[in-house]
Ligand binder design. Structure first.
Ligand SMILES: [Zn+2]
Length: 111
């Protein structure tokens, strides 16, 4: 399909923002069980729900370039799989897409 690095980075970041709100809500309710997060892949039409514990999701979010993806939701172009877990994969943005997500992430932290 040839999605651009910018497109992949921005789509993934939109899902990441949504998951941030889910994470905040779950943490506020003291939920220790599995929490439904949305797949953060580059397909803007993807609505796959992945069940992770908050701790598992926090682990992914300690790295600005890492994203939560459903198994097989991997374009291979601007990312590489760093972890394969039962039910989900952790993908790391590489090259220009990695730079973009890091830049946007640090901008968000500053504001
Ligand atoms: Zn997906």
């Amino acid at each position: 399909m040839g999605l651009s690095a910018e497109r992949v980075a921005k789509n993934d970041l939109a899902f990441k923002d949504a998951n941030d709100r889910i994470r905040g809500a779950a943490a506020g309710h003291g939920i220790a069980e599995r929490v439904p997060f949305i797949c953060e892949c580059a397909d803007s039409g993807c609505t796959q729900i992945l069940q992770l514990s908050l701790a598992e999701y926090e682990m992914i979010r300690t790295h600005a370039r890492r994203f939560l993806h459903a198994v097989g939701h991997y374009t291979g172009e601007h990312e590489m799989v760093v972890e394969e877990k039962p039910g989900y994969t952790v993908v790391e943005k590489v090259g220009r897409a990695g730079e973009i997500v890091e830049e946007i992430d640090s901008d968000a932290r500053r504001s």
